[in-house]
Design a protein around this ligand. Structure first.
Ligand code: PMP
Length: 434
């Protein structure tokens, strides 16, 4: 039941007057699922409270960054101390060096890293480095993978765009995307064909190794192995967009998960965001030394940022990294994700609802299908009506899952067994309505 005075609705109406769609990022508008977006008033641990003071178990966690849950005391303290020292200088600081070192330690395929403020900037810049280093124009991306909203990457991107049914954004001239090849995820034959046709002109292949922008779809091991082999054979760079998976599915990120099955596996470049900033605007891109040395001021590939390496954001990121590097952190997190998925599976089975799910570390996804989808087209065959009933049923019961069927879910260290049990109990009721 909505209260007589719905503050969420009041705020949404006010917001729509001054902010396009009432939101500063499209998926927040609930356009896919309908209804009123919840305006968050505060958050702590695994929960946030909306403008009506209703509590939700939060499985979004700012779309990934809040791996420790909200308001972790060590992170709050680090941020408070940093704020007292200063907000931004536009000059280098020791903390940037410390964070760069900590990131390279977690993800050792990179020799050097540059800090930026958003995943969009980071992936756009990684592609610029790849093009600069190879002196080639073209690159491959996959349908259903999202790499931020820079012009050349807005080609059949997943995430918010999918809701509006636009394969590309208006405002992007065709010339800008003429070098972007969009292929089907997990399709080895198509990948081989693309390399045979364009391999010598390809600067890079950019991929979400576990795609979180079409819910949760893993690149199969044979597909990933072929991506690596073909990139090496044709001199194209393999760029891992780990904005979502980075330090979320494992400390070593998704690349460490693939290295378990493909000995010696490494991408040439990696894009990070979300977790490394712990909820502050911070992202990064990095890779092999000779590639990163292409960047200004050393080389001729230009990239810059007024707020890059921001002292408050780096303090937040460093404190977060310190906590997640503690022994056993990812084992405990991974067990919680598994417990949630198997609990939901049990509830769906009991209600006779087709269901399947998957997880890795603190990232998970589930589908109203009998088997896991392998690509975007299959994900988008989800029955919208059923998904929306599930979403709103859970929301009414105080559980906040992604308000779109093509988004992943995020577990935090703050979620308890009781939270997971309460989520499964709510799902048991809601599955019966489907
Ligand atoms: N890459 C991936 C894999 C993402 O999930 C996102 C954002 N969800 C981005 C890039 C863009 O990051 P940002 O929103 O910080 O620009």
């Amino acid at each position: 039941m909505q209260p007589v005075t719905d503050r969420n609705l009041q705020l949404f109406e006010r917001a729509q007057n001054v902010i396009p769609g009432g939101v500063n990022s499209p998926v927040r508008a609930f356009k896919a699922v309908g209804g009123t977006p919840r305006f968050v008033s505060r958050a702590q641990g695994a929960y946030f409270w909306d403008a009506n003071n209703k509590r939700y178990i939060d499985y979004i966690g700012s779309w990934g960054p809040m791996i420790l849950g909200h308001g972790h005391p060590a992170v709050v303290q680090a941020v408070q101390e940093a704020v007292l020292e200063g907000f931004s200088y536009g000059a280098p600081t020791e903390r940037e060096v410390e964070l760069a070192e900590a990131i390279l330690q977690a993800v050792p395929s990179m020799d050097m890293v540059r800090l930026v403020s958003s995943g969009t900037e980071a992936s756009m810049s990684a592609i610029r480095v790849a093009r600069g280093a190879t002196n080639r124009p073209k690159f491959i991306k996959f349908e259903g993978c999202y790499h931020g909203h820079s012009d050349a990457l807005l080609v059949k991107a997943g995430s918010g765009l999918a809701t509006f049914g636009n394969p590309t954004s208006s405002g992007v001239p065709p010339e800008v995307v003429q070098h972007t090849l969009v292929l089907e995820y997990n399709n080895v034959a198509q990948l081989e064909e693309a390399f045979a046709l364009h391999g010598k002109e390809l600067a890079c292949l950019i991929i979400e190794p576990i795609a979180g922008n079409m819910n949760f779809v893993r690149a199969s091991v044979p597909f990933m192995k072929r991506c690596r082999e073909l990139c090496s054979e044709y001199g194209a760079l393999l760029v891992f967009d780990e904005v979502m998976t980075g330090l979320r599915v494992a400390l070593g990120s998704a690349q460490s998960v693939y290295a378990r099955s493909i000995p010696g596996f490494e991408p040439d470049m990696t894009v990070l965001g979300k977790v490394i900033g712990g909820g502050m605007p911070l992202a990064a891109f990095g890779g092999k030394r000779h590639l990163m040395q292409q960047l200004a001021p050393l080389g001729t590939v230009y990239q810059a940022g007024t707020l890059s390496g921001n002292p408050v954001a780096t303090a937040c990121g460093l404190a977060t990294l310190r906590e997640i590097s503690k022994p056993g952190f990812y084992e405990a997190l991974g067990q919680k994700s598994q417990a949630l998925i198997s609990g939901l599976q049990g509830a769906a089975d009991a209600a006779g609802v087709p269901f399947c799910g998957d997880s890795e570390g603190g990232m998970f996804g589930f589908f109203l299908f009998d088997s896991l989808p392998q690509n975007y087209a299959r994900v988008m065959q989800t029955d919208n009506q059923r998904f929306n009933t599930l979403f709103h049923g859970m929301l009414d019961r105080g559980v906040y899952f992604a308000p779109a069927l093509y988004e992943a879910g995020f577990m935090s260290a703050a979620h308890t067994e009781e939270d997971i049990a309460a989520t499964v109990a709510a799902a048991s009721e809601v599955f019966k309505l489907l």
